[in-house]
Write a protein that binds this ligand. Sequence first.
Ligand code: KG4
Ligand code: ZN
Length: 325
Amino acid sequence: MILSIESSCDDSSIAITEIESKKLLYHKKISQELEHSVYGGVVPELASRLHAEALPRILEECTPYFADLKAIAVTTAPGLNVTLVEGVTMAKALSISLRLPLIAVNHLKGHIYSLFIEKQTRFPLTVLLVSGGHTQVIEVGSFEEMTMVATTMDDSFGESFDKVSKMMNLGYPGGPVIEKMAQSGDENRYAMPLPLSQSPLFAFSYSGLKNAVRLVSLEAKEEEYPDIAASFQKAAVAHLTHKLKKYFKSTPPKHFAIVGGASANLYLRQAIELILKPYDATLCLAKMEYCSDNAAMIGRVAVEMYERELFTPLAELVTEPRTSL
Ligand code: KG4
Ligand code: ZN
């Protein structure tokens, strides 16, 4: 079995995955959403302190598995340095005390492998990764072949929901709040700009849209918030579908997947389903509980790495400043 640790942002999570069957045997996550909500976003220093409390509490529950462990896996990038280091330190301590090799896992690969937890999924896949830190399109041929073909020039998709929520004082994380509020709003009430609509670039941008929402929300009364949420969500999703539709013309999709925390958004899922229809392409999604950050997806990548003997020596295991795959 492999014990995996995730602490790249505001979720403390540990999982145990069986190597041969790739089955998830244990998984627990303690989210810090409530603690960060009053600030309208993640406060790194507070997140770090909360990981230091939560991770050992979860680890205590894992002691019955210790005798069967073959490796310790941990997210090393991308993420907040002060929170990643909490998981990395715990992984190193476990590696020393249990005499086990270390596996350094990339968080974005983790999101891609969330598609394989308690589900049958196959590569190749065109993956749309939408989270709080990333908005990317990745062509995935296999574990070894992952190529990012588009990314954001500024804010990410999930982050724009968080910021719009903060503007209206609706708390953090903004994604679920804005999606729910949008259900009772009129999405055609406000004309929001479609980002990069004139640009030939296959890239994303959310800062202009965010500022457009800011201008509208400054003038708005509370009863207009649902209309703002709906109009914003419509534009945020239209930006993704607009760029993807263009991309599909040169690269027709066969198997498409949406991963990352924001892949839980049903409005987004429906919009993507619509643009896949003309191509008869399948849409793969992770189980709802594995869309947002979790250690189960880190463990699933770690199994692949264990099989390939991709271990990292203790002294070389550090948090990395990288922001991509
Ligand atoms: O993958 P994740 O848990 O953490 C990162 O790796 O960033 O994603 C969290 C992000 C947050 O920005 C959150 O607001 C967004 O995913 N999110 C959503 C929804 N649920 C979570 N965004 C839009 N609609 C949702 N339903
Ligand atoms: Zn994530």
